[in-house]
Design a protein around this ligand. Structure first.
Ligand code: NAD
Length: 260
């Protein structure tokens, strides 16, 4: 199902996006990598995927903060591979502050990247998917697409927004062979999270294990991080034939967080 398809994964130079792009490549898809990490690091990933899996991988450094950047990314896939069959909107950033102090530019940046970029990439990818009668749109939302936490107003607003956007697109494409779904992870073990642990442990006089369990994973009943591979497994399943009637869904993978 995935073999021979083209997958564009936004923000795939790190973390969850990197795991999904790598998994799609392992399943035989050509991939379009994207992100703002160091070009030489992305080149190592790109070349490694081609070598290991015998697929083709390209890298677009398109900045998804703008509509033009989003279109540029989809155009890169269309130009190189002739189609974009799988689109995963994954790129995202976070900023934490009380609403009254929340900087306007941080609000705008989070709305631009975490929400609006998915609108622009999806808009650009839909015509080709409709023409082929097959497509998979996957939006990486968050547990924060379903419930809130204080001090994350922009992130929570964007993630709730993307869940609504996903449902709308699913309805519009319901008879076109194209599904649209949102994945809602809880805390995922990514380099971003990992780097915070030693400093937090020092600041709070805790062991690193205590920080993971009692600070970061306080919201997650399993007290375990979700892994990037688990998210990639779910994304892969959504691209399979067996998932063709799953559309407009938000799928939690959050260790029970949103069950509480
Ligand atoms: P990450 O920081 O490891 O990766 C983010 C990616 O976005 C990177 O590849 C980065 O280069 C890219 N990016 C940042 N700004 C960009 C821009 N202007 N244009 C293009 N790309 C840009 O983070 P992650 O933890 O892998 O998060 C990926 C997604 O998963 C995000 O949408 C995040 O909100 C969501 N998520 C993460 C967690 C978690 O605990 N890690 C939980 C729930 C949801």
């Amino acid at each position: 199902m995935i073999k021979g398809k083209t997958a564009v994964v936004t923000g795939s130079s790190s973390g969850i996006g990197k795991a999904m792009a790598s998994r799609f490549a392992a399943e035989g898809a050509n991939v379009v990598l994207n992100g703002i990490e160091k070009p030489e690091d992305v080149e190592e990933l790109r070349a490694g995927l081609e070598k290991e899996h015998g697929i083709r991988a390209i890298y677009s450094a398109a900045n998804l903060m703008t509509p033009e950047g989003c279109k540029e990314l989809i155009d890169a896939g269309l130009t190189e591979f002739g189609s974009v069959d799988i689109l995963v909107n994954n790129a995202g950033i976070q900023f934490v502050s009380p609403v009254e102090d929340f900087p306007d530019e941080k609000w705008q940046a989070i709305i631009n990247l975490n929400l609006s970029s998915a609108f622009y990439t999806t808009k650009a990818a839909i015509p080709g998917m409709k023409e082929k009668g097959w497509g998979r749109l996957i939006n990486i939302a968050s547990a924060h697409g379903l419930v809130a936490s204080p001090f994350k107003s922009a992130y929570v607003a964007a993630k709730h927004g993307i869940v609504g956007f996903t449902k709308t697109v699913a309805l519009e494409l319901a008879t076109a062979g194209v599904t649209a779904n949102a994945i809602c992870p809880g805390y995922v073990w990514t380099p971003l999270v990992e780097k915070q642990i030693p400093d937090t442990a020092k600041a709070r006089g805790m062991t690193e294990e205590q920080v993971k369990r009692d600070v970061i994973l306080d919201a997650q009943p399993t007290k375990e991080f979700v892994t990037v591979e688990e998210i990639a497994d779910l994304a892969c399943f959504l691209c399979s034939d067996g998932a063709r009637n799953i559309t407009g869904a938000h799928l939690s993978i959050d260790g029970g967080w949103t069950a509480e």
